[in-house]
Ligand binder design. Sequence first.
Ligand code: IPE
Ligand code: IPE
Ligand code: MG
Length: 243
Amino acid sequence: MSVLEQIDKTKVPEHVAIIMDGNGRWAQQRGNQRIFGHKNGVKAVRAATEAAGELGVKYLTLYAFSTENWNRPKSEVDALMGLLVDTINSEMETLLKNGIRILTIGDIGMLPVRVQQKLNDVIEKTSKCNAITTILALSYGSRLEISEAAKRMAMDVLTGKILPEQINPELFSGYLYTAGIPDPELLIRTSGEIRLSNFLLWQLAYTELYFTTVLWPDFSKEEFYKAVLDYQKRERRFGKTSQ
Ligand code: IPE
Ligand code: IPE
Ligand code: MG
């Protein structure tokens, strides 16, 4: 039986998050510049989105650029920003045809203005799409997200909008970039690194974690299916006993 055939279609995670890692090493292994790896990562994004859509996943969050990634050489940052704009341009039709809604999370105001404009454009154009929501994490950092949430909550206390005693996990979640989006049931990280790198620290509290040594440009639909199948074999206890 193929991996796809083994997947229980009634137990597909509603939300899958992916740390797309290993582009640089993939390029270096081929004696190429890091950006060559990023360019080849685009088809893996397409594969993951297609696989997620076909399985019926409702939310796919992709970690594309972290707050820490601003510390990379300017040439690489510029190339990544250019690649993002080019990819949105080339994929727009496919997004609309396949009902893919685009959202972003992160400190979007940090991105170059032309990137922000392109993102606003794709968010607006795909706002009625309802097959799957793909959330791009851009200039995203979990600690920044949480501290910004705390700041806005403090402001709301100061202006009397909320009382301190109302603050609880549910209210807090509503101040995060991911307000209204269910927590991921499954997190995938490629490239063999076993860490979260400041990604969704709050939202991953009870997420199943899946690590693979596959480098992001080699990630295929089959790899996505493998991760979902692995997830389906886990017993999610949420602190309770098996009974
Ligand atoms: C992931 O690949 C893409 C981004 C972080 C933008 P990397 O660029 O981190 O590739 P490695 O980890 O150096 O191989
Ligand atoms: C995490 O990958 C960020 C993204 C995939 C966008 P990094 O390559 O930046 O993470 P570290 O530096 O290895 O932790
Ligand atoms: Mg990396």
